[in-house]
Design a protein around this ligand. Structure first.
Ligand code: HEC
Ligand code: HEC
Length: 333
């Protein structure tokens, strides 16, 4: 009997060691999996034309909501994500046992910011997700705006104007487990053609709304089901997102509601004026990941364009229930 137990214990021990070695091997393969140094550089030159810089500022601080991640402000006070919040980064994306990533300092400081990056390096990071060191950034690839060529130039031009702030941001700090888990997933640089540029205009248009909602404000990305194999939104388009634990470490979760024109969707429930009013009212829940501070500063024409685009999508019947609720909430009955 004792012998059998010893044998079982030995086998378990060996299994644990094998799993341990496997996890360590997987973890050490992550850098290689994220390496994409051959990703081509877009040919981009920053402009000093004030109109171009202003368009870049509007994307970075408003509709493209870069400050939601790169803004240097206390996250318990979302109102501090103001129109002038510094872009010196440092925000910690804490992913529990997987480790922590840090938002980069985007000011022109040469040591701690982007002062030494070339225009094409910045453009490549924004368009494909690949950093200047050739490694793919999962955040830049999957959670940041996908801009038209003109808007990439505008954004790079604006970033160049940011006064230097010295603030060292730590390198990524993933745990062995985090690295191993990431290594089992498939991440690829975004090599798709850039979306067509649709410039702002006085008159709202479905086309401008499509460009913004799909690519810049990322309404569709958050408000659709995400395929966990590719990290990309899948259908039904803007028909409601997946429940996500609240980042405030409570037992609550958020669900991005259906935005389509079906009576269960937000553009079905609200007419255009009420929709504009809803954005004017801003954030209801302090911990919601929706960048309300940025998006509620959008121009009225852009907001109307987005409304009209969302209304034009196939109406999806999907009542997501309360958008802020106890984790694991189920509809009664
Ligand atoms: C969801 C969070 C998030 C959003 C939104 C986001 N970023 Fe980032 N960004 C990051 C993180 C995190 C890094 C650091 C790299 C890493 O660890 O993945 C980064 C890195 C960068 C870099 C590379 C900096 C360097 O040192 O070379 C640039 C440039 C950049 N972001 C620009 C932008 C712009 C422009 C926008 C808006 C269009 C934006 N980011 C929106 C999270 C974000
Ligand atoms: C980063 C993810 C994210 C992005 C980007 C995002 N949303 Fe949301 N949205 C949410 C979440 C989560 C909620 C539910 C919590 C809340 O109301 O803040 C929500 C709620 C809403 C609501 C319902 C508010 C209410 O009164 O119940 C509307 C309308 C809305 N979003 C529209 C949009 C539009 C339009 C865009 C693009 C311009 C957008 N969202 C971009 C995550 C997102």
């Amino acid at each position: 009997m004792k012998k059998v137990l010893i044998a079982v214990a030995a086998l378990l021990g060996v299994t644990v060691v094998i799993i341990g070695v496997g996890v360590a091997m997987l973890a050490s393969s992550l850098d290689e999996k994220l390496a994409a140094p051959d990703t081509p550089f877009p040919e981009v030159t920053a402009s000093t034309d004030p109109a171009v810089v202003a368009r870049g500022e509007y994307i970075v601080r408003t509709v493209g909501h870069c400050t939601q991640c790169h803004g240097d402000y206390p996250r318990e006070n979302p109102a501090a994500n103001s129109p002038t919040v510094p872009l010196s980064g440092g925000f910690e994306f804490r992913m529990g046992p997987m480790g922590t990533l840090f938002a980069a300092n985007l000011t022109s400081d040469p040591e701690t910011g982007i002062g030494k990056r070339t225009d094409r390096e910045l453009a490549r990071t924004i368009s494909t997700g690949v950093l200047s060191n050739g490694q793919l950034s999962v955040f830049m690839r999957y959670s940041a705006a996908n801009l038209s060529a003109d808007d990439v130039v505008a954004v790079v031009s604006y970033l160049r104007k940011l006064p230097p702030t010295k603030k060292a941001v730590p390198p990524p700090a993933l745990t062995t487990m985090g690295r191993a888990l990431f290594a089992t997933m498939t991440f690829t640089p975004d090599l798709a053609p850039l979306p067509e540029h649709v410039p702002p205009s006085e008159e709202p248009s479905v086309k401008r709304g499509e460009y913004l909602a799909e690519n810049v404000a990322l309404c569709v990305g958050c408000h659709s089901h995400i395929d966990l194999a590719t990290f990309l939104p899948t259908g039904p388009k803007a028909g409601g997102g997946d429940p996500d634990p609240s980042p405030d470490e409570s037992d609550m979760e958020f669900t991005p509601p259906n935005l389509t024109a079906h009576p269960t969707g937000m553009t079905g429930k609200l007419d255009e004026e009420k929709f504009i009013e809803r954005f004017g009212a801003g954030r209801a829940f302090p911990a919601s990941k929706m960048p309300w501070e940025n998006l509620s500063r959008m121009s009225e024409s852009d907001l109307r364009s987005i409304y009209r685009y969302l209304r034009s999508l196939p109406p999806i019947e999907n009542d997501v229930g309360p958008t802020y609720r106890k984790q694991g909430w189920k509809r009664a009955g």
